[in-house]
Design a protein around this ligand. Structure first.
Ligand SMILES: [Zn+2]
Length: 348
């Protein structure tokens, strides 16, 4: 951190300083990719969740829940982006990504395990969505009452850590090479497909910089800022998951990954390196990997509770179940003997 912005001779910004990123992109509605000021060229704005995805799951008229408890239509959920950047983003990221995500589960995982390029693309796409979601939060007030002065939801975010996400998200634009150390943990597991289970689901955790996507049978969990530490720590947990998961099992795994990331004692330090010839690399310094559960400041149960409390169907047992989740006394993934709790037959 702490570097100046770097521009090419033709005026393209390769690297924004943290200050310039915060002032122009976060506060002043410049194009979030190239940094062009509003009204300086044609803008057509960018959907937070790409259009192809909104169309596939018929989400245009559905409501996304915001941290202030208000809803916003997915179809109107956009951030400032100039027309040139929008079409480049489509060509270089969204079109190849939509092709990849249309593959059936096995072909999808095969395409990712056999290509560093595909993993890089998926990782960049997840950073892009996480970034867009959080930039948009600078447009929403915390207070529901419009007559009251209220800080923006995004005002409490630590934008310095979001700057790294911004560097990754626009790597396709700056031709930055994302080195393997700068890539975070990505888990892909199958989800049970059934009419009673949402086939599209999206959730993230701002503090931990973790993101969860479900699209059809593909469940994708990504830790954006851990240099694969969480993947290493959870290898055994993941090995035990031997069958497609339910919605709650998916949420529990996300809570476990989020908690694990929050427990990392010394975090990787990310930085950009641009050579004299202009080659740009995004790198990470990796400290000794150690975990400290107390550092997380929250339990897996509490994380799961906040995510699922609205999803539980109201029955006389609801309050007891929610209390058990919050107190870390309930696991959906594993049986008391530690084996995976396979629910596939419940959905046949
Ligand atoms: Zn632009």
């Amino acid at each position: 951190m702490g570097y100046d912005s770097v521009k090419t001779d033709d005026g393209r910004t390769v690297l924004f300083s943290v200050e310039e990123f915060y002032e122009k992109i976060v506060l002043q509605n410049h194009c979030f990719i190239c940094g062009a000021p509003p009204h300086s060229k044609e803008f057509n704005n960018e959907h937070i969740l790409p259009d192809w995805l909104l169309a596939k799951y018929q989400l245009h008229s559905q409501i996304i829940n915001l941290p202030n408890q208000l809803g916003q239509l997915y179809g109107k959920y956009t951030i400032p982006c100039c027309k040139d950047c929008n079409s480049e983003l489509g060509d270089k990221v969204e079109i190849p990504m939509s092709k990849l995500l249309k593959l059936p589960f096995n072909e999808f995982t095969f395409a990712l395990t056999n290509s560093h390029q595909n993993i890089g693309l998926l990782f960049q796409w997840l950073n892009l969505i996480f970034l867009k979601t959080h930039l948009k939060d600078m447009h929403f007030d915390w207070a529901m009452d419009k007559r009251k002065q209220s800080p923006k939801i995004g005002a409490s975010y630590i934008w310095e850590s979001m700057h790294h996400i911004h560097c990754i998200a626009r790597a396709y634009y700056t031709a930055a090479q994302i080195t393997p150390q700068a890539i975070g943990s990505v888990f892909i597991i199958p989800g049970i497909q059934h009419d009673s289970i949402p086939q599209f689901y999206f959730h993230d955790n701002t503090t931990a910089q973790t993101i969860l996507f479900r699209m059809d049978e593909k469940v994708i969990i990504c830790v954006l800022n851990d240099s694969c530490a969480v993947l290493n720590a959870l290898t055994e947990t993941l090995r035990k998951i031997t069958a497609p998961v339910t919605h709650f099992q998916m949420c529990e795994l996300f809570a476990i990954a989020t908690h694990c990331n929050l427990s990392i004692k010394n975090r990787p330090v990310f930085f950009s390196e641009i050579s004299g010839k202009g080659d740009y690399q995004i790198k990470a310094d990796l400290p000794q990997l150690e975990f400290d559960k107390d550092k997380a400041g929250i339990t897996v149960g509490e994380l799961l509770y906040f995510q699922v409390k609205e999803m539980i169907t109201k029955t006389p047992d609801t309050d007891r179940i929610l209390a058990e989740i919050k107190e870390n006394k309930r696991t959906y993934l594993f049986n008391p003997n530690g084996t995976f709790s396979d629910h596939q037959t419940d959905f046949q």
